[in-house]
Ligand binder design. Structure first.
Ligand code: ADP
Length: 310
């Protein structure tokens, strides 16, 4: 079996004169927690809809565990569970019944489906609501149901399209914990998000997408170190003489504003001990130290010149 769960190469898609995807390339390893991060309209949903057979591509390829998603569509689709943004299900059955229907689509009989469905209802806090109709559920409950539905056939890959959009903070944290648990058990997870925090907290690797193109990929740490703007600001007492100060081990000049010295460094954690050591050795008293860690938001801003939520 391929070491990659998902390989997307040079994927293109246009809607009339809208170029939704302009040659998207993404590789996701088996067992990876991966984020497709970009603003609204970037092409995230189009990418996963092509991957899961909901939208036709214009050109390019999608492979799932080495198998083409068009040629071997039955096999590749069986490996994926998708929690889409929009619900397109019968609103008149109980959610438990809907989960049994979903299992049936994958050829799983009632007896075999039962333990999985019971487990998912329990894990996602839906047990008490299992006899409710979908339309009777709150927005957050509907989200949980969508994730349960995506997992009924125990797929190797879970794809979540904006899993926590419009979800309150408490539920967001619950869902994140559950996704972490699934990942720790080996599931490959692909989520799309325009929440920087979500990508930073959960994803091992992210691809930043904008206007149908991948702009950059890497771990959140790599990207923020490379393209962010982090630093250490040291507050000294007024009138301290810091002429020609250079922290040799940092290979880094500083900027001074009043009695604050700012060092632009990629990794504040590593820089702080060196700064303290050097200043102490020169008998320069430190009043306080503040670190500025950059986020993927800075990275996005740096790459595109705009905020991700613009
Ligand atoms: P995202 O998921 O990142 O918000 P989408 O993949 O939904 O972005 O959309 C990418 C672009 O394609 C947008 O400009 C969107 O308006 C356009 N688009 C998506 N689906 C359709 C469609 N069915 N018909 C026309 N344009 C579409």
């Amino acid at each position: 079996m391929s070491e990659f769960a998902i390989q997307i190469s040079n994927l293109k898609k246009s809607y009339k004169n809208v170029h939704a995807l302009n040659g998207v390339n993404v590789n996701i390893s088996d067992g990876e927690f991966f984020g497709l991060l970009g603003p609204n309209g970037a092409g995230k949903t189009t990418t996963i809809n092509i991957l899961t057979g909901l939208v036709f591509k214009d050109s390019g390829n999608c492979l799932v565990f080495g198998k083409d998603t068009v040629v071997d569509y039955r096999e590749t689709r069986s490996k994926i569970g998708i929690a889409a943004q929009e619900l397109s299900l019968d609103w008149f059955f109980s959610i438990e019944k809907l989960l049994y229907f979903q299992a049936g689509y994958y050829g799983i009989n009632r007896i075999d489906a039962k333990s999985k469905i019971d487990e998912l209802l329990n894990k996602l806090g839906l047990e008490k609501k299992k006899d409710s109709k979908l339309r009777q559920l709150s927005g957050g409950m509907k989200r949980r149901f969508q994730i349960a539905k995506a997992l009924v056939h125990d797929p190797d890959i879970l794809i979540l399209d904006e899993p926590t959009a419009g979800v309150d903070v408490e539920l967001r944290h619950e869902l994140w914990n559950y996704l972490r648990e699934l990942h720790s058990k080996g599931k490959t997870i692909l989520l799309t998000t325009h929440y920087i925090e979500e990508a930073e907290l959960l994803c091992e690797n992210v691809s930043i997408i904008d206007e149908g193109k991948i702009l950059k990929e890497g771990s959140p740490k790599q990207l923020t170190e490379e393209l962010g703007k982090s630093g250490v600001t040291v507050q000294l007492s007024k009138n301290t003489n810091i002429n020609n100060l250079k922290i040799s081990s940092l290979d880094q000049e500083y900027t001074v504003e009043d009695s604050r010295v700012h060092f632009s460094v990629k990794n504040p954690e590593l820089a702080i001990p060196k700064i303290i050591q050097e200043l102490s050795s020169k008998d320069i008293a430190i009043y306080s130290i503040k670190t500025e860690t950059s986020s993927l938001e800075d990275v996005f801003l740096n790459l595109t010149g705009k905020s991700i939520n613009e």
